[in-house]
Ligand binder design. Structure first.
Ligand code: NAP
Length: 246
């Protein structure tokens, strides 16, 4: 399904990115498993994909650093040629009520969650434009739609991806390549583990399907967006949130 497609997944050493990398790898893609610091975990992801018969390489780059991302893009070109699919997944949180949020808390989250999306898209944009049906997939969040107590910085970055995606969809449209956004609800990863138990219970009470998402719930949607099955979809936000209203 994704045979000979080169797919770059940022932040793929853990959590949702890992699930996406494994899903794309199991459907024939050449997968770039990007990570910032979890080297051993990223190697494990790539090894697992290869053990299942796929192709994968772990590549380090802090998405907030354009030079590092450009160096990664050069390496991808050497290994696999131009990229066909970029999944902008890497993201972080620094949760605080706004009155306690420092400029540094704001800038650190913006630099990764939005700056990183700019840097990676910038590095792979010409590839995606030139690809036969290139794909840009941005991982946003239900928090970008609803806002969330203590997450003003994170929510702002995740809402920002809606306008970014819509604009890139328009600018890519004449090439046949697409840009879409996935807005997961609350997913069982390290990021959710940081949320206190009592807050997790309050969130669960608001989810009609009465459970948190698994990584696989999100990965399958990204695989669909990366594939030819989504050729006529662009500029969209796909909510994967167990039925939460927004
Ligand atoms: P996670 O478990 O904390 O994993 C984050 C991943 O991003 C790791 O692979 C990490 O790599 C990487 N990363 C962080 N900063 C990076 C940087 N500067 N450069 C490169 N890689 C970086 O997070 P997650 O829960 O899977 O979240 C993944 C994405 O889904 C994020 O964009 C998040 O906002 C979004 N999301 C998550 C949820 C949720 O409930 N979990 C819900 C909606 C949306 P290292 O291990 O090397 O640091």
């Amino acid at each position: 399904m994704l045979e000979n497609q080169t797919c770059v997944v940022t932040g793929a050493s853990r959590g949702i990115g890992r699930g996406i990398a494994e899903e794309l790898g199991s459907h024939g893609a050449n997968v770039v498993v990007n990570y910032r610091s979890s080297e051993a975990a990223a190697h494990e992801v790539a090894d697992e994909i290869e053990a299942e018969g796929g192709n994968a390489v772990p590549l380090q780059a802090d998405v907030a650093d354009q030079d590092e991302v450009d160096a990664m893009a050069d390496r991808v070109a050497e290994l696999y040629g131009p990229a066909d699919v970029l999944v902008n997944n890497a993201g972080i949180t620094i949760d605080k009520k706004f009155e306690n949020m420092t400029k540094d808390d704001w800038e650190t989250v913006v630099d990764v969650n939005l700056g990183g999306v700019f840097n990676a898209t910038n590095a792979f944009f010409e590839d995606i434009k030139a690809a036969d049906e290139g794909r840009l997939v941005n991982i946003s969040s239900v928090v970008g739609q609803q806002g969330n107590y203590g997450q003003a910085n994170y929510a702002a970055t995740k809402s920002g991806l809606f306008g970014f995606t819509r604009t890139l969809a328009l600018e890519l449209a004449s090439t046949g390549s697409t840009a879409n956004c996935v807005a997961p609800g609350f997913v069982e990863t390290d990021m959710l583990e940081e949320v206190p138990e009592r807050v997790q219970q309050k969130i669960l009470d608001r989810i009609p399907l009465s459970r948190f998402a698994t990584v696989d719930d999100v990965a399958g949607i990204v695989r669909f967006l990366a594939s030819r099955d989504s050729s006529y979809m662009t500029g969209q936000v796909l909510a994967v949130n167990g039925g939460m209203e927004w």
